[in-house]
Write a protein that binds this ligand. Structure first.
Ligand SMILES: *Cc1c(COP(=O)(O)O)cnc(C)c1O
Length: 373
């Protein structure tokens, strides 16, 4: 039997190759390699897609988070609530901004933040909550907005894994003061290198982010050499913007295909053997990852590998137990810790075939020796 890779981005690359070559041809003629028309075109397309007023392209997703925090004046002395179950960059960005991460546990079914876990983490120094739409699904955003509103906290979104996901019909990134995206190649909308963006409907924040990503450059005054704030270089280049515009036209179709494949996993996986992440009623996920919880995860993973089935683990160590961040931990995070030992990510990408999903599900049902419930 053929192999089933965990991820294969070659198919998506082929689908946009002609459009990308054409766009790059134009770029070679104009020489607008950093910033320029291709970048502003993608920024308009991306903000329109997300349902926000502005999008600011940056160099990667980590910078999108870090610069957003700095743009909002969140830094030393301020706490930002983050889930213990997330990719490290969420927490890393908070520390880079000079603020203090406050870990919150996650829900056992969705593996995402809840109003209860947020509330348990709040202190008098808490300024913001950084909600992560992990695996491509959003938590109960109505309940989360109620809780951040009543606690007087700024809501921010790490939507790096959730390009196009919706809650009650509204897109990820449009709920918070700002939504931060990564366009790392493996993401649902991925560049041919590193890229990222912040979306917001706050004109002052958008203007400041425009400046922060470009050495603190301001409009007016001494033109190109007026730097009124401490910035950095985190510009999006035209080479990547061309790719992102081309891929954006495919994103809804690709996300639909991921949803169909996830539904097939749901049909074929034995719920007594493996527990797929739960989907909330108002949530339309984009399934960046297809995550199950299983007992004897490493054994199951090995048995699948023996049959040529690739899998991943997102993530094996919760952030509050990582060396640079353990100093910020304040007590155990039982759900996140248990999930770290049981999570397994199954093959998932739009070009995956339904027959492959069936084969993976059947192999998984057999590979699990110890039921999950
Ligand atoms: C990918 C990712 C990031 C960081 O993105 P980079 O572009 O790699 O800097 C941040 N948060 C989450 C949840 C991610 O998956």
């Amino acid at each position: 039997m053929g192999k089933v890779p965990f991820l294969d981005i070659a198919g998506a690359t082929r689908e946009v190759a002609a459009e990308v070559w054409a766009g790059w041809g134009e770029l070679l003629r104009t020489g607008q390699f950093v910033g320029g028309t291709a970048v502003s075109r993608f920024e308009s397309e991306w903000s329109a897609y997300c349902g926000t007023e502005y999008a600011v392209g940056v160099a990667n997703g980590t910078d999108a988070l870090h610069l957003t925090l700095r743009g909002l004046g969140i830094g030393p002395g301020d706490e930002v609530i983050v889930p213990a179950n997330t990719f490290v960059a969420t927490v890393e960005a908070v520390v880079l901004a000079g603020a203090t991460p406050r870990f919150a546990d996650v829900d056992d079914g969705t593996l995402l933040l809840t109003p209860e876990t947020i509330k348990a983490a709040v202190t008098s120094a808490t300024k913001a909550v950084l909600v992560v739409h992990l695996y491509g699904q959003m938590p109960d955003m109505d309940a989360i907005i109620d809780s951040t509103d009543s606690l007087g906290l700024i809501l921010l979104e790490d939507a790096a894994q959730a390009q196009g996901a919706t809650w009650a019909g509204r897109r990820a990134g449009s709920f918070g003061v700002a939504g931060c995206f990564s366009f790392y190649p493996g993401k649902n909308l991925g560049a041919f290198g590193d890229a990222g963006a912040v979306v917001t409907s706050d004109p002052a924040l958008a203007e400041l982010l425009n400046s922060l990503r470009d050495h603190g450059r301001m409009q007016g005054g001494h033109g190109h050499y007026r730097h009124d704030v401490l910035g950095m270089n985190s510009r999006l280049d035209g080479v990547q913007a061309v790719v992102l515009s081309a891929k954006l036209r495919q994103l809804d179709g690709w996300n639909q295909s991921r949803r169909t494949l996830m539904a097939a996993y749901r049909d074929w996986i034995d719920p007594d053997k493996a527990r797929l992440v739960e989907q909330l009623p108002e949530s339309e996920g984009v399934f960046h990852l297809a995550v199950v919880q299983v007992n004897d995860r490493d054994g199951v993973r090995e048995r699948l590998a023996e049959q040529g089935i690739g899998t991943g683990i997102h993530y094996p160590v919760p952030c509050h137990q990582m060396t640079p961040y353990a100093q910020f931990a304040d007590g155990p995070m039982p759900v996140a810790e248990a999930a770290a030992g049981r999570q397994l990510s199954l093959p998932m990408f739009p070009q995956l075939r339904k027959t492959d999903v069936q084969r993976v599900a059947e192999a998984l049902n057999k590979a699990v020796t110890e039921p999950i419930r």
